[in-house]
Design a protein around this ligand. Structure first.
Ligand SMILES: [Zn+2]
Length: 103
């Protein structure tokens, strides 16, 4: 493994460890709501208030944008990164106006 690849893996491991710690609490770090797994990709967790009204646990409560990955998403669609897949799944397009960080 090259130095760059190792650095990337270390960074991903840190991101995943952080996400695992959050998921273990069962609470969204942003708004305190519960969490739920998005089964369209491995390791994908979202705030239960994520997304459009019909998709949220409590449609009348505010939406929340928290989501994270607890492991390398094994893409079920041929996209470059978990974030690409997340963006496409949420918005139907890969260009979500820079709302998500690129890894
Ligand atoms: Zn939340």
């Amino acid at each position: 493994m090259t130095k760059t690849a190792q650095a990337h893996k270390d960074r991903m491991d840190a991101i995943h460890a952080n996400a695992q710690a959050i998921v273990a609490t069962g609470k969204c770090p942003t708004c305190g709501s519960g969490l739920r797994r998005n089964n369209s990709m491995t390791g994908w967790w979202q705030c239960e208030q994520y997304g459009a009204e019909g998709f949220r646990a409590r449609p009348n409560a505010p939406s929340c944008s928290w989501q994270d990955f607890t492991e390398w998403g094994r893409n079920r669609v041929p996209l470059h990164t978990p974030w690409d897949a997340a963006i496409v799944a949420a918005f139907g397009t890969r260009s979500a106006g820079g709302r998500f960080p690129r890894l």
